[in-house]
Design a protein around this ligand. Structure first.
Ligand code: PMP
Length: 308
């Protein structure tokens, strides 16, 4: 398990991680009624830099909006949010790449099964950036569990309670000896992994399920699409059949905690020659450069939190 740094942000101040807790009667605990995001803070020549902070805050607000959590957006503007993130990173004196998890908890006690007009509490903590997928090529299997559809619990909203769906699918994959799962939607089309988006390469075209395919609209996914477009690669967002994974030249996952990770095997079928393909390699490298401030073209994606 990844090491968590000792200082966290809770409500309006930095506290020891051990004291950063919520009551057992809050909706956050009772119903998993919290929304969250995780973003990388990477070491650069100019100090630790957060990746696409504005986009992460926007997605956090959108998640809250979808669920009907309406007291967060009013209280937390970009400047205040950035200050809280910077204070947490500074308090922990980080010297390595980390992930930062920011969560909006519905902290009202026993309000029943509703979301509007309720007290919310922001928490932020930092942990070491351990990748969730093996970098040598992940072995994945189609899940027996289907992705929750937009009309049940929207995958577009990064809501804590919905992650039971990911836990079921990931545990099933682990129990079967795989690294992760492929989620299908109720019609049998490919959605994503338990906590990462999916891409395939077929005949030189990069393909990923569209935003209305019951996926989380991943910020790494968006970055990969932008990088690939800049490389001049044809890029298509469309429905993907399961069997297209079996015959793809390359399959890879994208996510904050997966980075760009090659997938070497799907349902006991080897992908390509089993090694990371050239498109995957190129995108993985480019993404790494962007995170670490080694790409002037994408400098605007970085927010420097502790100025050197
Ligand atoms: N899908 C799911 C279900 C996820 O939990 C994640 C991780 N946040 C992703 C995709 C990737 O999103 P991002 O690139 O924003 O980390």
């Amino acid at each position: 398990m990844a090491r968590i740094y000792p200082k966290a942000f809770l409500g309006n101040k930095i506290v020891p991680l051990k004291q950063a807790s919520l009551g057992v009667a809050t909706s956050a605990v009772l119903y998993g009624l919290s929304v969250y995001t995780v973003f990388p803070v990477s070491m650069t020549k100019k100090g630790p830099a957060a990746f696409r902070l504005t986009d992460h805050l926007t997605r956090l607000r959108n998640s809250a909006r979808i669920i009907g959590i309406d007291t967060f957006e009013k209280r937390w503007g970009l400047t205040a949010f950035e200050k809280a993130v910077a204070a947490t990173v500074r308090a922990n004196r980080i010297r390595e790449d980390v992930f930062v998890r920011a969560t909006v908890h519905v902290s009202a006690q026993l309000p029943g099964t509703r979301s509007r007009g309720l007290e919310t509490t922001l928490s932020i903590f930092v942990y070491e950036a351990t990748p969730i997928l093996p970098t040598r090529g992940a072995r994945v299997k189609t899940s027996v569990w289907r992705r929750i559809p937009d009309y049940a619990i929207p995958s577009r909203a990064k809501v804590n309670g919905a992650y039971v769906n990911s836990v079921l699918a990931k545990q099933d994959a682990l129990d079967s000896g795989y690294d992760d799962c492929i989620f299908l939607d109720v019609a049998g089309h490919v959605c994503e992994l338990s906590a990462a988006n999916i891409f395939i390469v077929r005949d030189g075209t990069l393909i990923t399920p569209g935003a209305s395919s019951d996926i989380l609209e991943g910020i790494t996914r968006r970055t990969v699409l932008e990088l690939a477009t800049d490389f001049g690669l044809p890029v298509v967002e469309r429905t993907i059949d399961l069997t297209e994974l079996y015959v793809a030249d390359e399959v890879f996952a994208s996510g904050t905690s997966a980075f760009v990770a090659p997938i070497s095997e799907v349902d006991a079928r080897q992908i390509g020659d089993g090694a990371s393909g050239p498109v995957t390699k190129r995108l993985r490298e480019a993404h790494r450069h962007v995170l670490h401030g080694e790409s002037t073209q994408y400098e605007a994606f970085l927010t420097y939190l502790v100025k050197k």
